[in-house]
Design a protein around this ligand. Structure first.
Ligand code: ADP
Length: 328
């Protein structure tokens, strides 16, 4: 059976981008067609300035939201990365295969490091090595496919490189995985700055729709989305990023085609209105299930405990094999 692995970082509240780019496919497709593991990758949340209590709180919230989004523990494995030591153990071995040059070339590293330096802060070494830990997250489960948004495609490419290099040097140990991207909304953009992605780790702002935003907050954010100069509704990522983003979101919510939808609208006002309502309807059942799950924290605890146990059992033989192969 195909093995699928993917994760979310508890660095902020989960967004519409996380949902449309990743979580929705996990729930609707991946957990049904594959042996799927979904992970709250809390070690990755320590790569930038963080508050310990907040990371812990956000990890729990992310787990609850993954279940609210429809992940079913009877069909897939949901767990927290730091509960399974094998990720960190394998990461070190992969650091001995990766080079500092390839780490420094990662787009996310360059962007996040530049932002950190602009703020006058220092860059944690773990920010540089983050993609190696991510490679370990994936390879430790013999993963075939990694369903992610477009922003993670480069990291999955690096994971492939490391797996191939390790296998060539030390003998076949790892399955070489590939990324699978959603057809629509692989990159949901910030509503106030449609040239940058809607990222939960960014400072909370009016351009980000969070999964737990109240309907009126969602409406306000979508109605205030920046649009481009020019009045007509055209699907064009380069020239018209604002309106294209709205068309993508609407299409992803309603199952339509963003280009075809562009012909159905004559004004920004009606496009925004329909998009806002589509997002509200999309989030409604997720928010309802989230409320119900919050009333039963013991259930979420139990899911994470069982998930970690299963994940550990799968991960251990891979780490043992990698240690043997590399000479330990
Ligand atoms: P974030 O950038 O929000 O911190 P994570 O690294 O936790 O995201 O990503 C969780 C999943 O959500 C990944 O598969 C990622 O590709 C996807 N994702 C994140 N932001 C977006 C977005 N704006 N559009 C589409 N997918 C996204």
């Amino acid at each position: 059976m195909t093995r699928v692995f993917s994760g979310v970082k508890p660095t902020g509240h989960l967004t519409l981008g996380n949902y449309l780019g990743a979580m929705r496919q996990w729930a609707a497709v991946d957990q049904h067609r594959a042996d799927a593991l979904f992970c709250i990758v809390d070690l990755h949340a320590l790569t930038v300035d963080h508050d310990p209590a907040r990371v812990r709180r956000l990890s729990r919230q992310a787990a609850t939201l993954l279940l609210a989004a429809g992940l079913d523990p009877a069909l897939c494995t949901v767990f927290v990365q730091s509960h399974v030591d094998e990720h960190a153990r394998l990461s070190y071995v992969l650091e001995c295969v990766a080079t500092d040059g390839e780490m420094r070339r990662m787009i996310q590293y360059k962007e996040k490091a530049a932002r950190e330096r602009e703020r006058g802060g220092s860059v944690r070494l773990s920010l540089l090595t983050y993609p190696v830990l991510m490679a370990a997250d994936i390879l430790v489960y013999g993963t075939d496919e990694v369903p992610v948004g477009d922003d993670q495609a480069q990291h999955v490419e690096l994971t492939r490189d490391l797996a191939v290099r390790f296998n060539q040097r030390y003998g076949h140990t790892f399955v070489v995985p590939k990324a699978t991207l959603p057809a629509v909304a692989a990159r949901v953009m910030n509503l106030q700055d449609p040239t940058s992605k809607m990222g939960k780790s960014d400072d909370s702002g009016p351009g980000i729709v969070y999964l737990l935003d109240e309907p009126d907050v969602v409406r306000k954010k979508v109605m205030r989305a920046v649009t481009d100069s020019g009045r007509e509704i055209v699907y064009d990522r380069e020239e018209r990023p604002g309106v294209t983003n709205l068309l993508e979101i609407l299409a992803a919510c309603t199952g339509g085609n963003p280009e075809a939808l562009s012909g159905a609208y004559e004004s920004y006002g009606s496009l925004k209105k329909d998009t806002a309502e589509a997002v509200v309807e999309l989030l409604r059942p997720v928010q309802e299930r989230h409320r119900a799950l919050c009333a039963d924290p013991g259930y979420v605890e139990g899911v994470l405990r069982d998930g970690a146990e299963r994940a550990r059992a799968l991960a251990r033989p891979t780490v043992d094999a990698a240690y043997r192969a590399i000479g330990l």
